[in-house]
Design a protein around this ligand. Sequence first.
Ligand code: AFP
Length: 323
Amino acid sequence: MKNLLNVLRDDDVDPALMQVIETIIDASKEIAFRVRQGALAGVLGSSQDENIQGETQKHLDIISNQLLKDLLLACAPVAALASEEEDTVVAANPSGKYVVAFDPLDGSSNIDINGQIGTIFSIYRALDSVPHSSELQFNQQGSHQVCAGYVLYGPSTLLAITTGKRTRCFTLDSTQGTFLLTADNIQIAKDTQEFAINMSNSRFWNENMRCYIEDLILGEIGPRQKRYNMRWNAAMVGDVHRVLTRGGIFLYPSDNRNAKQPAKLRLLYEANPMALLIENAGGKARSETQRILDIQPQQLHERVAVILGSVNEVDECLSYLHP
Ligand code: AFP
């Protein structure tokens, strides 16, 4: 089996970009070790602090963020970084060619219950037109990502990654400490019978979204005329990995719980990297109004509705939203 660096080399990936990817992978191995140690490493539970999102930070959120930050700041090709756990952009190396955004530990609510969690990352070329410390470094459309991926800390530690051509999956061989290629060209099934959504929010959705979900639940006795199953991991990395593996549709729609914040998922370090992985695996990734990768970001931690997965099912959902 090929290892990650050999695959990237065969794809003629820029050596400086390979160095950034390798740095992220090194940090993820450290995180994976602490996740596996759990209570034995004293990393469970919540801190007394809140992040800019207003979320209570778990100890492992802070540890993971610090690991990624320390290693990336020491990586010469990195010009700046942005994180779910950082209020604003952190300037790195003046000669850096790339900027990195990440959610250090997605699915934090799963940490204390030994559930699926993961690290999501997104890499862009640094803009010479603005200072490295400017948030404008990250006001780039998702289609400009040069690399996107996640590390899923589950029964296996898996890396899903794309550098623009295809979406691949690697599995960590913990005896050697290397990620080995285990899926070379993921292709998402065009149709599905599985959806992922947090049903407890249904009373907050708009009417059209409620109708779409109701028809999935009606199954073979309703207009869709086939049985659907539901899954919800409460960690985007786990739900997206299932969609990449066996198809499906993942939805986190806008809702009216909070007029100032109608969506939950973050564009920069959740929606955009996942959208690139999904599209490069033959799937579709939309907000409720447009292709996610076409969205022009306005601010660092902006949020967006997400509908992604099997092309035909995403299209069917959009036909309900825009009859
Ligand atoms: P946490 O990292 O705060 O657990 O949030 C995870 C997440 O951003 C995303 O990974 C999940 O799909 C979604 O939120 C789960 O949201 P709900 O807790 O509202 O179901």
